[in-house]
Design a protein around this ligand. Structure first.
Ligand SMILES: Nc1ncnc2c1ncn2[C@@H]1O[C@H](COP(=O)(O)OP(=O)(O)OP(=O)(O)O)[C@@H](O)[C@H]1O
Ligand SMILES: [Mg+2]
Length: 368
């Protein structure tokens, strides 16, 4: 039964990005280019594309982290405001590709005794097990991945960004994880993750897809439900019994060559479809695309939800990738308070004290 104590309210975050472009200063190579779209609260978005397309770069840009040597242009708006995304860092969770769990803690300790998260991720059977280290084996790889995701879930973020959380998991473990994330989305959390080769069942669990082509350009951004309709409108039909993302990534990789369009033309096709301006150096790719196969005026709520996007953007907004004050409205207990909670629930051995306490403090500092 729902009680006041288990009804949580979280601030909602909607992220708009317009013409987001990342360029390597040394050689003017684009890592991301003209990336326009939005991530909405309560929805789970997948970022897919060939290896090296810029998926991780896109996630990093969303959190305001860009590598040194990169120039960033374009806008990132948070709830329609041109505020630096870093100002919301306390309510943004990021699960990197690499492990961030503490091998010498149990599952329950890693997850700060959050029964909700442990249950949601199906980790009750191993809650008292040590996660394990290279020297000392602990829980399984799939369980470990789920603990990684859980580390961010316990922080109750409003925007949760994950880089390949399902890589290395079998289809049923991946679905278990996605079900847990979908439950978070029901609370209004905005979830965006990179994933490779999902099963058809897993793919269907996503609301939106951001399909990146090489060079960090968008080939499609919109509801999963409208994906096939859009590609069919530009002359690409998904063959029967083929998983749509597999087929599209084969085309973007150059493995499959459709008759109607080249892989380099797909991002241009997307720009034309949405009425976005085409960069001058890409104009020659529009050749042969003059006939507007698709026009998003034909689709009421599909990829077309982007149509009105440019007009949503305030004119005076500039790149929001800057340092700033905290706007997340979240009070996180101080490091020492968190450390005290931690001490209260763990009786350390000397070895643990020297190594694991330090890494725990580091963990708290990073989150705090
Ligand atoms: N700091 C950087 N300096 C130079 N090149 C970079 C930098 N960061 C990323 N790149 C390049 O940008 C491209 C996109 O990299 P990114 O890691 O975003 O790809 P990805 O789509 O996540 O690939 P994968 O599926 O293999 O993880 C790659 O060609 C990569 O070499
Ligand atoms: Mg990557």
């Amino acid at each position: 039964m729902a009680t006041n104590s288990n009804i949580r309210t979280r601030p909602m975050i909607e992220i708009h990005f317009k013409d987001l472009t990342l360029t390597l200063k040394k050689n003017n190579k684009h890592l991301l280019r003209c990336v326009t779209g939005k991530l909405s609260p309560g929805r789970v978005s997948a970022v897919m594309g060939p290896s090296g397309a810029g998926k991780t770069t896109f996630l990093s840009a969303l959190t305001g982290k860009t590598a040194a040597g990169c120039a960033v242009t374009g806008q990132i708006l948070v709830n329609g405001k041109n505020e630096p995304i870093q100002a919301y860092r306390k309510i943004i969770g990021y699960v990197p590709q690499d492990d961030i769990v503490h091998g010498n803690l149990t599952v329950e300790e890693n997850l700060r005794f959050s029964a909700r998260v442990i249950e949601s991720l199906g980790l009750q059977p191993v809650r008292d097990s040590l996660v394990g280290t290279v020297e000392k084996r602990g829980i399984s790889g799939g369980q470990r991945k789920r603990v990684n995701v859980g580390l961010e879930m316990v922080m109750e973020p409003s925007l949760l960004i994950l880089d390949e959380p399902t890589t290395g998991l079998d289809s049923s473990s991946s679905q278990l994880l996605l079900r847990a994330l979908r439950r978070e989305a029901l609370e209004g959390v905005n979830i965006c993750m990179v994933l490779h080769q999902p099963s058809y069942a897993l793919f269907k669990m996503f609301d939106d897809l951001i399909l990146l082509a090489k060079g960090g350009l968008i080939a499609y951004l919109g509801p999963v439900k409208k994906l096939e309709e859009y590609f069919s409108s530009i002359g690409i039909d998904i063959p029967d019994r083929v998983n749509p993302p597999d087929h599209l990534i084969d085309i973007l990789e150059g493995i499959d060559k459709p008759a109607s369009i080249t892989r380099e033309q797909l991002p241009v096709r997307w720009m034309l479809y949405n009425g976005y301006p085409i960069p001058v150096d890409m104009l020659d790719l529009t050749e042969g695309l003059a006939t507007p196969y698709g026009s998003n005026s034909n689709t009421s709520d599909g990829a077309s939800s982007e149509q009105s996007f440019s007009s949503d953007m305030p004119d005076d907004s500039k790149s929001s990738v800057l340092k700033s004050k905290d706007l997340s409205n979240r009070k996180t207990p101080g490091i020492f308070r968190q450390y005290r909670y931690f001490l209260g629930r763990y009786k350390p051995t000397p070895v643990f004290l020297s190594y694991e306490y330090l890494s725990c403090i580091r963990h708290l500092v990073v989150k705090g």
